[in-house]
Design a protein. Structure first.
Length: 125
């Protein structure tokens, strides 16, 4: 459904570093960067190498956003959790199955540097 998604952040470089660190198990890389208003706009990509998640200067936004990233399996969700804990990231919900969403929904929920709820999820149908 979505081609790409972007969020404004207070510090682009700090947000990029954090996303690359905690979502490395999902294959996140910096795919594009270009200058914008004294900062940068950065496109992050997953394993396919296509920038689909963009971080832009101008945040944080006042409302909490929720963004979920697909994980290929439960082990990848667990690896994101381990990377987050090692980085000192606030864990909102440790990895577990969430049957209230649907059977096989396995996710971890984290707080990003701008206060957003970010998730790694595997849909094990």
């Amino acid at each position: 459904m979505l081609d790409h998604f972007g969020i404004p952040v207070a510090d682009v470089d700090a947000a990029v570093a954090r996303y690359l660190q905690i979502f490395a198990p999902l294959g996140f890389t910096e795919a594009m960067r270009f200058p914008h208003e004294g900062s940068s706009v950065v496109g992050l990509a997953g394993a396919a190498g296509i920038p689909q998640f963009w971080l832009t200067p101008g945040g944080p936004v006042e409302q909490e956003l929720h963004v979920a990233f697909s994980a290929p399996d439960r082990a990848a969700v667990d690896a994101v959790h381990e990377a987050a804990v090692a980085a000192g990231v606030e864990v909102l919900h440790a990895p577990r199955e969430w049957p209230e969403y649907h059977p096989g929904y396995y996710g971890v929920f984290l707080r990003d540097p701008d206060g957003h709820n970010v998730e790694a999820v595997h849909h094990g149908f």
